[in-house]
Ligand binder design. Structure first.
Ligand code: COA
Ligand code: AMP
Length: 636
């Protein structure tokens, strides 16, 4: 039996023994004696009698162990022309003082704090300061519009909002403060205070509720770490579901810390003192787990990058960072490499840098498409690892475990189940599907440490969304299959979630926004293939009877509406006006069929279709936009 197989079997057959060993790697204030218990709904609760503080485990502990002078954060911001190095001692001290500032504003254990910031070290400081106090942070990605922020403020009811005055994109400065003000205005719930990090690119006007970050931090006394129960929430991270209301994924503290620490070793093969670079954003789960908590819990150095894979200034940006900071493991989404490949197809810029420190490249967030995989494999001399996970699980479900036992890579596969995750493929009836047969990818309960423990204030939705479909199993929402060697192939979502440039978005939510326009009678939003972003949304709308405006204006208004309500991150840029939409006789829009039509794939017409002639309407509209032919992605 291979090393991996032995470890995997032990994690599934004796989960409590396995995770008891891993728990010893963290500095607890009270070591757990019970490893696993279940709540009244039958969901796993790891380490229920353990207590710790994750900020202590990520910072103070390393300082105590003699890592104080080592770099904790290396910030590199080509968009502002700045860099900064923060040692573990410096980061701990700034976090402690900022925690003191939050405390001064009344933030206590259990209170929520919303963080709306770009990729600056202060975003990490704010997160860790919350963890220090036992407060629950909720980071919102900067590409979301005021409405999305307002929805999260209403749901999380934060005592304080922490923001930056602006974000800086490739070619422009984006003021954040007006977005925060508009969101608070729209929200029925009002936070007590807003802390603003003033950036020189665009200073914000401060009002009565606002506090200047710098003066607050300068005047604050350092706060001590507050031990919390392992099962207490560390953060709530909102993610797209099938409806307009995002799901507040609740992450616990102890199980998450143990799982991340394990993953840093077993999956990423990282040792203390080594440099980890995850090119994502703190607004996403990748940022939470592998820019902030994972690397710091393991005593590594984390690279925090405020820039893009291309255009800041060129497609060699990642190679430069890897070379300059001697990065050992690098993690990003495949879309970033598709962008690089487009600008530098021969990898000429790579040759300008010494990337010999790099030992493995990890990709996730969307499927690693075989052309991108092969391009990278040919270019680099290190393993190119696709690994699969989601906001809900908080860490990889399937991977090629570089620190345990590297395995041969198969293009298109995320390799094997990570120890702790009992991954199964079920058919419609809930039976195990045979090898190579596609089905619903589920995880047999109990979920390992680190996975979501609920949906914020909505236990019914938690159950309905994840646990109800197949009792005893967690529904991932992905379809896929296992091959004869146990390699997992993830083939796409089974719900209305789409993946645009590695960002998870809900077409259901976009439909609600499009359908809310006064001229729209009915609509469907589908995700279609895009050569760069993986998928992009396209709207199909039926105008109301009597609509006499121009289609061009309607399209422009709908695009602006989605941008205003959801945000630029939605990438909603195309609307087709049609007379009819294909539906079943029971009135369900045939979205999958529309998707296949738009992607130029073969499609069968179901016998349940109500009006087969509706297909020619849609076909014409698609043809007019060059959708539906095999090379449409390139033409667009
Ligand atoms: N704050 C404000 N606006 C933001 C933003 C932020 N943090 N991030 C993105 N946006 C805006 C962009 O400016 C863009 O606006 P535009 O329509 O006015 O141009 C829009 O949101 C869409 O952004 P994006 O999808 O990122 O497109 P892009 O063309 O700017 O960049 C990639 C494309 C592929 C280079 C980029 O998406 C990327 O680097 N992706 C990496 C994947 C990643 O980080 N995934 C996270 C999970 S691993
Ligand atoms: P998020 O919650 O934003 O991380 O998105 C999670 C979803 O992205 C998953 O449910 C998958 O649909 C998709 N995804 C993430 N990583 C991969 C991968 N390596 N292969 C295929 N799909 C992926």
């Amino acid at each position: 039996m291979s090393l991996y197989s032995r470890e995997y079997r032990r994690s599934i057959d004796q989960p409590e023994v396995f995770w008891a060993e891993q728990a010893k790697r963290l500095p607890w204030t009270t070591m757990p004696r019970t490893m696993l218990s279940y709540d009244d709904q039958g969901h796993a609760r790891w380490y229920p009698d353990g207590e710790l503080n994750l900020c202590h485990a990520a910072l103070d502990h390393h300082v105590e162990q003699g890592r104080g002078d080592q770099a904790a954060v290396l910030w590199d911001s080509p968009v502002t022309g700045s860099r900064r190095r923060l040692s573990y001692v410096e980061l701990r001290d700034r976090v402690a003082r900022f925690a003191g500032a939050l405390k001064g504003l009344g933030v206590e254990k259990g209170d929520r704090v919303i963080i709306y910031m770009p990729m600056v070290p202060e975003a990490l400081i704010a997160m860790l300061a919350c963890a220090r106090l036992g407060a629950v942070h909720s980071v919102v990605f900067g590409g979301f519009a005021p409405h999305e922020l307002a929805v999260r403020i209403e749901d999380a009811e934060p005592r304080v909002v922490v923001a930056a005055s602006c974000g800086v994109e490739v070619d422009r400065v984006l003021p954040y403060k007006p977005i925060v003000d508009a969101a608070i205005e729209q929200s029925a719930y009002k936070p007590d205070a807003c802390i603003v990090l003033q950036r020189e690119q665009c200073r914000a006007e401060l009002e009565a509720r606002d506090h200047d970050w710098a003066s607050l931090e300068a005047g604050a006394a350092p706060a001590a770490c507050v031990p919390v129960k392992a099962t207490d929430p560390l953060y709530v991270l909102y993610t797209s579901g099938t409806t307009g209301k995002p799901k507040g994924v609740v992450r616990d503290t102890g199980g998450y810390g143990v799982a991340l620490h394990y993953s840093m070793e077993a999956i990423y093969d990282m040792a203390p003192g080594e440099v980890f670079f995850s090119a994502s954003d703190v607004g996403w789960v990748v940022g939470h787990s592998y820019i902030v908590y994972g690397p710091l819990l393991r005593g590594c150095t984390t690279v925090v990058y405020e820039g893009k894979p291309v255009r800041t200034p060129d497609a060699g940006a990642f190679w430069r960072l890897i070379a300059e900071y001697r990065v050992k493991a690098f993690f990003t989404a495949p879309t970033a490499f598709r962008a690089i490949k487009k600008e530098d197809p021969d990898g000429t810029l790579l040759r300008e840098y010494d990337v010999s420190s790099l030992k493995a490249l990890f990709l996730a967030g969307e499927r690693l498409d075989p052309p991108t995989f092969h391009w990278l494999e040919d270019l680099l001399e290190v393993p190119v690892i696709d690994h699969w996970w989601q906001t809900e699980t908080g860490w990889p479900i399937a991977a090629n475990l570089q620190g345990l036992e590297p395995m041969p890579v198969k293009a298109g596969s995320a390799t094997v189940s990570v120890p702790g995750f009992d991954v199964r493929i079920l058919d419609r009836e809930g039976h195990d599907a045979p090898a190579l047969e596609q089905g619903s990818v589920v995880i047999k309960q109990p979920l390992p440490p680190g996975c979501l423990t609920g949906i914020w204030r909505d236990p019914r939705r938690f159950h309905a969304a994840y646990m109800a479909a197949y009792p005893g199993y967690y529904l991932t929402g992905d379809a896929g299959y296992l091959d004869e060697d146990g390699y997992l192939f993830i083939m796409g979502r089974t719900d209305d979630v789409i993946n645009v440039a590695g960002h998870r978005l809900s077409t259901g939510e976009m439909e609600e926004v499009v359908g809310g326009h006064p001229a729209v009678a009915e609509c469907a939003v589908i995700g279609i293939h895009d050569a760069l972003k993986g998928q992009v949304p396209v709207g199909l709308v039926i105008p109301k009877d009597g609509f006499d405006g121009s289609e061009v204006d309607l399209e422009r208004e709908l695009i602006a509406r989605v941008r205003d309500i959801i945000g630029p991150v939605a990438c909603f840029k195309q609307v087709l006006v049609v007379d009819r939409l294909p539906k079943t006789r029971s009135g369900k829009i045939l979205r999958k069929l529309l998707r296949h039509m738009a992607d130029g794939q073969e499609y069968g017409v179901p016998s349940t279709i109500d009006d087969p002639a509706s297909l020619s309407d849609v076909h014409e509209a698609m043809k007019a936009r060059s959708l539906g032919s095999a090379d449409q992605a390139r033409q667009r």
